[in-house]
Write a protein that binds this ligand. Structure first.
Ligand SMILES: Cc1ncc(COP(=O)(O)O)c(C=O)c1O
Ligand SMILES: [Zn+2]
Length: 300
């Protein structure tokens, strides 16, 4: 689509899509892109996630900042399905994306919009993979990138960020501390802050995971989607696509929608607790887990 508005996910604020945007200026909650009209299931011949450009924020003549992201394989995993007691189980291999994670999906759309809106540079805090993705897409767009990452981030990811030419700042603390530094940096430098859920466009690239699943499974969605949640970009992104684009007839509305499962580390599960109303939005003091992408604590 070529035109869209940005609507607050929590209040009734809305603004045109052709101006720089962060969070809602009224209530500070995330803004979501909203399209007035979308054609029924339209997939171009392009062999990356921009084949779904009919539901992505990109002008028709515009070349997105792309590194061949998306269209990852879906592996049938019968042995694992038997072990956990489900009829069928697929694993979507998001490690095949550029810089080896699904974060590439969000960055191709966010960096495309940031470049179009004239951002002088990009700033991001990261648990690791988002930083590597911004470093790659910033380089592809010809924009300088600054990445704030906890010192405990896996070295291989930090080496990727540095090798791609980004300015890497190591932070003594967790992702929340990195986030505060990145926000202060963006406010001072005027560079675009592409933190999770602080600009509207990473979600748009993320939602293509749902379209791909539908395409790979013959326009159906699986009974349930289990998604590892850290900051929430992938979880919110794929659910948004599912909720919204079902309305446009992108998949058969009579079929059951997927149930969404958010998976967390056993050691670090503030969202699980929030749902159980045990400790709504209470921060975890030492967010550690081997799943480095999930080392995120709630705000507060
Ligand atoms: C491999 C991987 N999975 C999941 C996540 C969680 O991210 P989010 O909840 O922001 O989608 C991350 C975050 O860095 C990650 O690197
Ligand atoms: Zn709002």
């Amino acid at each position: 689509v070529t035109s869209w508005t940005l609507a607050c996910s929590a209040c009734d604020y809305a603004q045109p899509g052709d101006q720089p945007a962060g969070v809602c200026p009224r209530c500070t909650q995330p803004l979501f892109a909203r399209y007035a009209a979308v054609p029924p299931w339209t997939v171009s011949g392009r062999w990356d996630l921009w084949r779904y450009s009919a539901v992505l924020p990109v002008a028709s003549a515009e070349q997105p900042v792309s590194l061949g992201e998306g269209l990852t394989p879906l592996h049938d995993a019968p042995a694992l399905a038997r072990r956990i007691g489900v009829g069928r189980l697929w694993i979507k291999d998001e490690g095949r994306n550029p810089t080896a994670s699904f974060k590439a999906r969000g960055m191709t759309s966010a960096v495309t919009r940031a470049r179009a809106l004239g951002a002088p540079g990009l700033v991001v805090p990261t648990a690791g993979n988002a930083g590597a993705a911004v470093a790659a897409y910033g380089a592809a767009a010809g924009l300088p990138v600054r990445v704030y990452a906890p010192r405990t981030t896996p070295p291989a990811i930090l080496m990727t960020v540095a090798a791609l030419g980004a300015d890497l700042r190591l932070v003594d603390g967790h992702i929340g501390d990195a986030g505060r530094l990145a926000r202060a940096d963006a406010a001072e430098s005027g560079w675009a802050d592409v933190s999770t859920l602080r600009e509207p466009y990473r979600l748009e690239g993320m939602k293509t995971m749902g379209y791909e699943l539908a395409e790979q499974l013959g326009r159906r969605l699986p009974t349930a989607i289990v998604y590892p949640t850290g900051g929430g970009e992938g979880t919110v992104g794929h659910l948004e696509g599912d909720r919204r684009d079902a309305r446009w007839g992108w998949w058969d509305p009579r079929r059951r929608r997927s149930r969404a499962w958010s998976s967390r580390s056993r050691r670090l599960r503030p969202i699980v607790r929030a749902f159980a109303r045990v400790a709504v939005q209470r921060a975890v003091d030492h967010p550690t887990t081997y799943a480095s992408g999930l080392r995120v604590r709630p705000p507060g």
